[in-house]
Design a protein. Structure first.
Length: 310
């Protein structure tokens, strides 16, 4: 089956990892992302004839005699590229699932790359060291043409991650942030279908501003973070991604006292609006304003589990 120890026919490994949402910053400068309770899952079964990959969310299935043929048929498949990098030859079935709509802006591709890399390695009898797992997952993403600058570390670790740099110079570390503070302040709002024009690349933020973002997050100063994220929006001078309803969401949230940013390459808007400490505050005002505008925010939970392999 592969370069590792062959798994017995009928063996099954299931791995899952969380998707991430960008809260602040832009590559190649410092940026902060948060792992959410929306997970990509990969199930690998040994003993199938040839190689088969199936994406439940996309309702696609590709079968081939070997991995070379599989990659030729599905060059943009993360699962196919993971099998290629693992030197798999045949006799595996890989089933993946990502439970958010395509184009949401939440990074499920990186989560899938991490989960698939871990699952395929495990069924081969290999337990990868974290850095090697990240290297392989990022390379699988790169071979499909996807950007891979943030989400892989969040998928592996969970929680809140600070990254900086790109490519071989990418550095990342986990931030010790109270997940309860994030969950009470962070909302996602669907702005509708994306338009045809590509998003303009976001401007890199100043180091001083990003230091303040990180300091406020780690210290749990949610109210201060509203102001800092507002300064970031002014400094970046970004047009929202080309979603017709995005500017409306941004305007509603900011008028009610919250902070908001459109997610790169997606239809969701991330909203930061902490609740009042002694009675109604920004969070309550923003929720009421969104409701009055006919917009339904989705509360999130922070994923602290990271990668799991069974």
């Amino acid at each position: 089956m592969s370069g590792g120890a062959a798994a017995a026919a009928g063996s099954v490994v299931v791995a899952s990892a969380p998707g991430s949402v960008p809260l602040s910053g832009a590559a190649p400068g410092p940026r902060v992302s948060i792992a959410l309770d929306r997970r990509a899952e990969c199930r690998v079964e040994a003993g199938a004839p040839g190689v088969v990959i199936e994406a439940k969310d996309a309702l696609t299935k590709t079968a081939a005699a070997d991995v070379a043929e599989l990659v030729a048929k599905a060059p943009g498949s993360i699962a196919a590229r993971v099998l290629e990098l693992a030197d798999v030859r045949s006799e595996l079935r890989v089933v993946t699932e990502w439970k958010l709509p395509m184009g949401s802006g939440v990074d499920g591709d990186s989560a899938l790359a991490v989960a698939a890399t871990a699952a395929v390695a495990r069924i081969q009898g290999r337990n990868l060291e974290p850095q090697e797992l990240l290297r392989l997952a990022r390379e699988a993403s790169r071979r499909t043409g996807r950007r891979d600058e943030d989400g892989h570390h969040g998928a592996l670790w969970g929680g809140v991650v600070l990254t900086e740099g790109v490519g071989d110079a990418l550095a990342a570390k986990a931030l010790g942030v109270d997940p309860g503070r994030i969950e009470e302040a962070l909302l996602l709002v669907d702005a509708g279908e994306a338009g045809a024009e590509p998003a303009r690349p976001p401007a890199v933020r100043s180091a001083g501003l990003m230091e303040r973002v990180v300091a406020a997050l780690v210290a749990g100063r949610s109210e201060e973070l509203v102001a800092v994220l507002g300064e970031e929006a002014l400094e970046a001078r970004e047009a929202p991604v080309p979603v017709p309803g995005a500017q409306r969401v941004l305007d509603v949230v900011r008028a009610a006292g919250g902070a908001a940013r459109s997610l790169p390459q997606g239809r969701l808007v991330a909203v930061w609006a902490p609740p009042g400490s002694r009675g109604p505050g920004r969070g309550e005002a923003v929720r009421e304003a969104l409701k009055a505008a006919g917009l339904k925010p989705v509360a999130i939970r922070v994923d602290l589990r990271g990668l799991e392999v069974d």
